[in-house]
Design a protein around this ligand. Structure first.
Ligand code: S3P
Length: 176
């Protein structure tokens, strides 16, 4: 696959698929720095994501997200966890693909529903009420064309975090 050790590893996928926790584990296994895009946005803005959405709207959040992508994409040899909507933007997708190998994590919609149940954390899903599962399925379908740009996809539904990390390492023939 031509993986270069200097390349970044970029985790993409829907909310609740485990990008942050698996990213941390993968980075520590590889001895690389880990960067979580959402955390960087929150740190730079000095606000939590729900606050950014509530006070400034989604458009502003997406601008902050793109600025964070531009900065992070210039780094090398790191593991990056993106937000669920990051790759909807063509320029974000292009920059992230250019700076590393892209892995899309997937999980069954019902499992995503369960994992994202806590209110107040994910503004895109909040307010869905009884239709939240339908919203998840609809957004998943809308985002599929972007997620499918990844170099490969791993379904995390039935695997342990360690199994998933090992699988990613194997696919890239990374040193563990
Ligand atoms: C979003 C996903 C979130 C965060 C923001 C928007 C989305 O990240 O970036 O709430 O549009 O899917 P996670 O995927 O880490 O929850």
């Amino acid at each position: 696959m031509g993986f270069d050790m200097k390349d970044n590893i970029v985790l993409i996928g829907f909310m609740g698929v485990g990008k942050t926790s698996l990213g941390k584990l993968l980075a520590s296994k590889l001895g690389r720095p880990f960067v979580d895009l959402d955390e960087k946005i929150e740190r730079d803005a000095n606000m939590k994501i729900p606050e950014i959405f509530a006070n400034h709207g989604e458009k502003y959040f997406r601008e902050l997200e793109s600025a964070a992508v531009r900065e992070i994409a210039s780094r090398r040899n790191i593991v990056i966890a993106t937000g669920g909507g990051t790759v909807k933007d063509a320029e974000n997708l292009r920059l992230l693909k250019e700076c590393g190998f892209m892995v899309c994590l997937t999980t069954a919609p019902e499992e995503i529903f369960r994992r994202t149940e806590r209110k107040g954390e994910r503004p895109v899903l909040d307010g869905g009420g009884a239709e939240r599962l339908e919203t998840i399925k609809k957004l998943l379908a809308e985002r599929q064309p972007f997620y499918s740009q990844a170099d490969f996809e791993i379904d995390t539904t039935d695997w342990s975090p360690l199994q998933i990390v090992n699988e990613i390492c194997d696919r890239f023939k990374l040193q563990r």
